[in-house]
Design a protein around this ligand. Structure first.
Ligand code: BG6
Ligand code: MG
Length: 225
């Protein structure tokens, strides 16, 4: 990456920002919950956004009033992941969320650094199925993380891989824990989705279709007086 021409970076969460996989995670977790004899709502599923695999399982088990040994948890999470993988096999470019590919293209044309900052261990196959892997200067995903969001590790690794100070980066997130992580890391936090669910974000867009590069860059400039 030519550092001298990229003085700001955009870090994108994956699930819920670039692709609508939240519904697929929900289907797979629901199948697991149903196999254990209970169900959970779409509203409860909101609480799983941005949350790592085992933490998600722990929340779901508590909703169903179930307990598991650590070994049983690993088996259950592996089963859910197999079901989830069956679902993401069918993803195509058409499953990118509205405006996502156009926004990545526009950012690349403006010579803005582009990184992925996802908790998911399935990020690579999802990017590949969407055909957007090549847009990224850096990919940080659940395979290399020690801490889950709201810890800022994922985004700090993203900015560092782009050779940019965190303050020169904006994070695009659909999860409250992700907005918290971006702010903790000293980055500009852009909420994608409902303003009500992401009150801490510095700027909101319903989807990347409404996002404006100049507005985001102006916030980054304010972040670097
Ligand atoms: C996040 C999703 O991106 O990744 C969560 O919002 C998911 O719902 C988490 O649990 C971990 O994903 P995976 O694919 O590693 O199980
Ligand atoms: Mg997300």
């Amino acid at each position: 990456m030519a550092k001298e021409t990229k003085d700001v970076g955009f870090i994108f969460d994956l699930d819920g920002v670039l692709v609508d996989t939240a519904v697929l995670h929900y289907q797979a977790w629901r199948r697991l919950a149903n196999s254990l004899g209970f169900d959970f709502s779409e509203k409860q599923n909101e609480e799983l956004k941005g949350v790592g695999r085992i933490d998600s399982l722990n929340k779901i088990l508590s909703w169903g009033g179930k307990t598991m040994t650590e070994e049983e948890k690993i088996n259950a999470a592996t089963q859910k992941n197999e079901w989830y993988n069956e679902l993401i096999r069918h993803l195509t470019t058409k499953d990118a969320l509205p405006g996502a590919i156009d926004f990545l293209t526009a950012a690349r044309n403006r010579r803005i650094g582009i990184a992925l900052g996802s908790a998911s261990k399935n990020a690579l196959p999802v990017l590949d199925r969407l055909g957007i892997t090549d847009y990224f200067d850096a990919i940080v995903d659940g395979r290399s993380l020690t801490h889950n969001k709201p810890h800022p590790e994922v985004f700090l690794k993203g900015s560092s891989a782009m050779h940019l100070e965190p303050s020169r980066c904006a994070v695009f997130e659909d999860a409250e824990v992700g907005i918290e992580a971006a702010l903790k890391g000293g980055m500009v936090a852009i909420g994608i989705g409902s303003k009500d669910t992401l009150p801490a974000a510095q700027l909101h867009y319903d989807t990347l279709k409404q996002a404006e590069i100049d507005q985001v860059i102006s916030l980054i400039r304010q972040n670097n007086p």
